[in-house]
Design a protein around this ligand. Structure first.
Ligand code: GLC
Ligand code: CA
Length: 548
């Protein structure tokens, strides 16, 4: 196993959309191996690959049918082992996605569990009787829509699913189930995997007491989070998982939506870090709408997490992933100022304390893919929402498509744009999902050939970051906290103090601070006279060394 360091950059890969080598329109393992040198040149120390296990793909692989088998379209076991070996040769570690909260409803474990109330795996999932009136045990709503309970004829019972009915939740109270999971994780470690991203891991323990008192059962669907998210027993289970598996030396990052700073401090006992989502939830409005981000609120959130975990836990730094729209679309400019805004957003995020995660295409300043008809949509969450909003007459087709082109998960799941050639150089065949309309302008080939591209800025940023110990261990402090247009902060350790200044707007702004202006510029996305005149160009960002 390779050794981890604290300033390593992790690149997240969506395998079906990364690079297709056999023309079936779906990215594959061979495609990852082929592009390892590209990832190396970016300064990446590890790759996190979204699930590649055998799956009916109801939720793009987050519904695992067989944990020990690779999905056929991705490639063979030999190709997987070769990818791991080639990555290790380049000092790139492999982080697999582990989906331990639920399986597919086609997983043989579930097929057996659902066959009767008395079989060997009867308790591997969460089964409950319905209420006397024939309705589900509680009125909890599933995250992807509808009830969180689905009826099973064979058992005359309901099973719990936090996400969709195709994703039944596993019962972590059952020792045999836990042991089967632990053994499976160890088999992947034996195969050379270096770490894991733990999907929806804060959901593994449930509070089922409302089934008894019944009080929650009035009205339509109730919020499921209070009953399944961040429950104390999750930490008990994770400690067991860690002792049985990760303690062998793996890097672990848990996905923990709605986790607070105190939850994160608890998870730090079991995992290296968690993904929390406060900073990427600020533009989300009702009914698939978006609203502007309040910059003061955003930077206060940064400060809360930076200071709350300082010296006690470790942050995972990210703007994008396969569940999030593109950050340039959300907070930057999609047109003339696209590149400046993409570079500024990178600077704003990645000089904080924590492990940087970037999602494929982010290094190009990619923008959201737009969707113009129902048959372009792939995501289960959006397809369900279509039924509710469009079929249900709540929104016109046009309005719904406009909203999901801003907010849906498919916006960032479309193929990586490698060139301006056919299908953006992603595949010779027919891509499984549409290609981003902007691929002729935004692609790897074009950006590699130009020194001032977003891609080359990311390289420079990561190279600088790797040289500065203050980024790893310096204390964090906001500068001009109430300023609603600029996010500025300093990082300070015994050796050095640096300041990061980011103009979050498309306007020129004055940001005068003598201390900053006496410093030396380490990195900027726009060359100008900031040190002399205190004027920030639109979306300008500057990293300043304050003590030299
Ligand atoms: C996580 C994944 C998401 C998936 C869900 C259910 O949030 O990131 O893509 O749909 O879990 O597994
Ligand atoms: Ca393929």
């Amino acid at each position: 196993m390779l050794k981890w360091t604290k300033n390593e950059v992790v690149y997240q890969l969506y395998p079906q959309s990364f690079y297709d080598t056999n023309g079936d329109g779906i990215g594959d393992i061979e495609g990852i191996t082929t592009k390892l040198d590209y990832l190396k040149s970016l300064g990446v120390g590890a790759i996190w690959i979204c699930p590649m296990y055998d799956s009916p793909n109801r939720d793009n692989g987050y519904d695992v049918r067989n944990y020990d088998k690779l999905q056929i379209c991705y490639g063979t076991d030999e190709q997987f082992d070769e990818m791991v070996a080639e990555a290790h040769k380049r000092n790139i570690k492999i982080i697999m996605d582990l989906v331990l909260n639920h399986t597919s409803n086609e997983n043989p474990w579930f097929l057996q569990s659902s066959s009767s109330r008395t079989n060997d795996k009867a308790d591997w999932y969460i089964w409950r009787d319905g209420k006397p009136d024939g309705t589900p045990p509680t009125n909890w709503g599933a995250i992807f829509g509808g009830s969180a309970w689905t009826y099973c004829q064979q058992r005359n019972q309901y099973y719990l699913h936090t996400f969709s009915p195709y994703q039944p939740d596993l019962n972590w109270q059952c020792d045999e189930l836990k042991n089967a999971l632990f053994a499976m994780v160890n088999r992947w470690i034996d195969r050379g995997v270096d770490g894991f991203r733990l999907d929806a891991i804060n959901f593994i323990a449930k509070d089922l007491s409302p089934i008894v008192d019944g009080e929650i059962n009035v009205g339509e669907y109730a919020d499921i989070y209070p009953f399944v998210a961040n429950k104390p027993d999750a930490h008990k289970y994770l400690a067991e998982l860690k002792a049985a598996t990760f303690a062998r030396g793996c890097l672990t990052v848990g996905e923990a939506s709605s986790a607070t700073v105190s939850d994160a401090l608890l998870f730090a006992n079991e995992l290296d870090m968690i993904f929390q989502f406060e900073h990427v939830a600020m533009d989300i409005a009702e009914d698939w709408n978006v609203k502007p981000v309040d910059i003061v609120k955003l930077k206060k959130s940064f400060a809360k997490w930076q200071n709350g975990l300082f010296g006690r836990a470790w942050n995972a730094l990210f703007w994008e992933n396969h569940d999030q729209p593109r950050i340039v679309t959300r907070m930057g400019d999609e047109n003339e100022l696209r590149e400046s805004s993409a570079k500024m957003l990178a600077t704003c995020m990645y000089f904080m304390q924590g492990t940087p995660f970037i999602y494929q295409g982010q290094e190009l300043g990619m923008i959201n893919t737009r969707f113009y008809s129902k048959n372009e949509i792939r995501d289960i969450e959006v397809r369900n929402a279509w039924t509710k909003y469009v079929d249900g007459g709540l929104l016109s087709e046009k309005e719904f498509l406009k909203r999901i082109s801003r907010r849906s998960r498919d916006t960032a799941r479309t193929p990586m744009c490698w060139s301006d050639g056919k299908n953006a150089g992603f595949t010779d065949g027919t891509p499984w999902i549409k290609i981003n309309d902007k691929y002729k302008q935004i692609n790897v080939a074009e950006q590699s050939s130009r020194s001032d591209s977003v891609l080359n800025y990311y390289k420079a940023l990561f190279a600088l970051r790797a040289k500065l110990s203050v980024v790893v261990d310096g204390a964090f402090k906001l500068i001009d906290e109430q300023n609603a247009h600029v996010i500025a902060y300093e990082r300070k350790n015994v050796e050095q103090t640096i300041a990061v200044v980011c103009n979050m707007t498309a306007q020129r702004l004055s940001f005068i601070d003598e201390r900053l202006q006496r410093g030396k510029i380490l990195l900027t996305n726009i060359e100008n006279n900031y040190l002399a005149d205190g004027i920030l160009a639109p979306y300008q960002s500057i990293v300043i060394d304050l003590e030299s």
